[in-house]
Design a protein around this ligand. Structure first.
Ligand SMILES: O=C(O)C(=O)C[C@]1(C(=O)O)C=C[C@@H](O)C=C1
Length: 306
């Protein structure tokens, strides 16, 4: 049975994602995203499931930076998980008692309107995860009066649900990815996504446009682009890309080779089935057979044919 690390403790959204992505896996709860990824890197676990982006909060930057800078890992699967938040309290606590709230920073952002409306004077403190907050609030001597997290975390730690569906939007989803130590990517399914990071060779006008052109001229549609600071000073950035398609496909493979020639460094983060199963709309001239036919044509010219 594979062992998969995740952002714990028991009851996080991350655990819910792992239960769907790898229902038969042994689950290894970790204190934070870095620890979960390190467990996969070291071999303590066979892989990890971590959050990557949220439809309200945007990028989960710790995950992006770990995948870009840490020892390499390969994304092998993704999942879109609807997230619904509950206000979780020790039995007997009423709304008027709540002075200190504890939860994951992503939950603070997603529940901003509720907090401003219902708990305008409460101090809201960042926790390592929503379930870590619920666990802490379940302790009688906790300095916090309420946690924000999944209803299931409340059930697990014996808390009451004082409010449900407290997110600012009721259609929020978090995208989780499963990673493994480097190896061959999963086989193409026809509805795949490819993730990578690219570091500029030098800063000059049009540098980002040149990178984007490598995708555009091969008809590769991007689904996410994110700039992250390199840490080398203000104005120094590298880029995360998510693109439609699989590295085994000619148009994606050639776009990646083009970036490799152009950039100081490109790190391949994986080609894996898309959670939404959407297949790319191919532009004329960018199908597998178009690429095969064109390279056959060049080979013929090079060997004296016409
Ligand atoms: O704390 C959790 O329960 C998590 O799984 C982490 C996380 C996140 O990192 O965004 C996942 C989903 C929600 O957006 C809030 C928190």
């Amino acid at each position: 049975m594979p062992k998969i690390a995740y952002l714990g403790p028991q009851g996080t959204f991350c655990e819910a994602a792992l239960r769907i992505l790898a229902p038969d896996a042994e689950r290894l709860p970790c204190a934070n995203v870095t620890a979960a990824l390190d467990a996969a890197r070291s071999g303590e676990a066979d892989g990890a499931v971590v959050p990557l982006e949220n439809s309200v909060e945007g990028a989960i930057t710790v995950t992006l930076d770990e995948l870009a800078w840490g020892d390499p890992l390969l994304i092998t699967a993704e999942l879109l998980l609807p997230v619904e938040f509950s206000l979780l309290v020790r039995p007997g606590t009423e709304m008027t008692h709540i002075k200190r709230v504890y939860t994951h920073p992503a939950a603070i952002t997603q529940c901003r309107n509720f907090l401003a409306r219902e708990l305008p004077d409460a101090v809201v403190v960042a926790a390592p995860s929503t379930a870590a907050a619920a666990l802490e609030v379940s302790m009688e001597d906790s300095p916090y009066d309420a946690a924000i997290g999944p209803a299931i975390a409340g059930e697990h730690y014996g808390l009451d649900e004082l409010a449900a569906r407290m997110g600012d939007r009721d259609d929020t989803v978090t995208r989780f990815v499963q990673v493994a130590r480097p190896g061959p990517p999963p086989v193409p399914t026809g509805a795949d996504r490819t993730s990578l990071v690219a570091f500029l060779r030098d800063d000059h006008p049009g540098a980002l446009l040149e990178m984007l052109s490598e995708f555009a001229v091969r008809g590769v549609n991007l689904t996410r682009i994110e700039s992250r600071p390199t840490g080398d000073g203000i104005g120094r950035y590298f880029f995360h890309f998510d693109a439609e398609g699989h590295v085994a496909e000619a148009r994606v493979g050639e776009a990646l080779s083009g970036l490799h020639r152009l950039c100081a460094e490109v790190r391949f983060l994986g080609s894996y089935p898309r959670a939404d199963r959407v297949s790319p709309q191919l532009k004329h001239g960018t199908s597998e057979s178009d690429f095969t036919e064109a390279s056959g044509w060049i080979d013929k010219i090079r060997t004296g044919g016409m």
